[in-house]
Design a protein around this ligand. Structure first.
Ligand code: SAM
Ligand code: SF4
Length: 329
């Protein structure tokens, strides 16, 4: 059995949310106040996650990315990383973090076998960081980035969400910072996955606009070929040889036709898309005596039901009832 959907897209990538909790409150992801996190008993245990990962690898999943919420809030995360790193068939184990707790954990995560790290950094100025995250902490993110370099992570990637009216002034400083430290930088368009229904198309600062700013103020760019057809980012190299910058444009230029991703929420629900309005309850099988075969069948059914695309730009689009932190970005 393989995870191939009705449009022929083969799924070899699984995003696992390990918690819905977070230590900041980015407005594009979480509500400012009154967040109701899932109780501990509803969150999958490491053993349950490992089992699902093993079943997924048996179906052709090669890449796992741990995310959340903020994954570094999950206690003892390196233990899970070490177990997943041993999963037969997996070739790529990655993590996305806001970086706030990374200075303390980078070494242990590297030692446990984590291969790749994406660190979210939307702004270079504390003031803008706070407008987005509603918390202090930018200096801790920088400390986390430098600790990750020190720990020996290669090809560290910075992810920056772009928001019109807010982050235009961050584009050039971010690009220069990334170039100075040999880090890849990817700008991501703001998607309608916030918790308070505040998203509007007018707030989407498109990747194309950001690219033009960089070309004008940082350096000329030339497009580079995608490493893999399912890679969502369009990457560019600086003509002067000073690194790369990429653009993930889910709103202005959807990459759904090449999507290879399956998602698992922190409480064990399988989703075939960020924008899915239905979920498959893997936890019910895990805790109710389900066999590996039944889990595999559920994954295949979830992938099989995948729609052609998210349709954000169509009148039929329905915003998912769950926000980003509840899904796993
Ligand atoms: N807490 C970790 C972090 O922030 O890196 C991991 C989880 S977070 C949900 C994963 C990524 O999704 C982050 O890079 C974040 O900026 C991005 N993200 C969250 N909400 C988004 C939205 N509405 N549109 C675009 N990207 C979003
Ligand atoms: Fe937390 Fe990441 Fe969501 Fe920001 S984007 S609130 S850091 S989970």
């Amino acid at each position: 059995m393989e995870l191939i959907d009705g449009f022929g897209r083969k799924h070899d990538s699984l995003r696992i949310s390990v918690t819905d909790r977070c230590n900041i409150r980015c407005f594009y992801c979480m509500p400012a106040e009154g967040v109701r996190f899932k109780p501990q008993r509803e969150i999958l245990t490491f053993e349950e996650i490992e089992r699902l990962a093993r079943v997924a690898a048996g179906l052709g999943v090669r890449k796992i990315r741990l995310t959340g919420g903020e994954p570094l809030l999950r206690s003892d995360l390196p233990t899970l990383v070490a177990k997943l790193a041993e999963t037969p068939g997996l070739t790529d184990l990655a993590l996305t973090t806001n970086g706030i707790l990374l200075a303390d954990q980078a070494g242990a995560l590297k030692a446990a076998g984590l291969e790749r790290l994406n660190i979210s950094l939307d702004a270079m100025r504390e003031e803008v960081f706070q407008q987005i995250s509603r918390r202090e902490g930018l200096s801790r993110v920088f400390a986390g980035i430098f600790a990750a370099i020190e720990a020996g992570f290669e090809r560290i990637r910075l992810n920056a969400v772009s928001i019109r009216g807010l982050t235009e002034g961050e584009i050039v400083p971010l690009a220069e910072f990334a170039r100075r430290h040999g880090l890849e930088l990817r700008f991501i368009e703001y998607m309608p996955l916030d918790a308070e229904g505040g998203w509007s198309a007018g707030q989407v600062l498109t990747g194309e606009e950001v690219r033009r700013t960089i070309e004008r103020e940082v350096g000329r760019l030339v497009a580079v070929e995608r490493d893999h057809p399912s890679q969502p980012a369009s990457d560019f190299a600086y003509v002067d040889g000073g690194g790369r910058v990429g653009f993930i444009n889910p709103v202005s230029d959807s990459f759904c036709q090449a999507c290879n991703r399956l998602r698992l929420t922190a409480e064990g629900q399988l989703r075939n898309c960020l924008f899915s309005t239905v979920e498959w309850d893997a936890r019910r099988l895990l805790r109710g005596g389900g066999t590996d075969e039944e889990l595999a069948e559920m994954m295949a059914a979830c992938v099989g039901a995948k729609k052609a695309g998210h349709g954000i730009d169509t009148p039929e689009f329905i915003k998912p009832s769950r926000a980003m932190y509840q899904i796993g970005g």
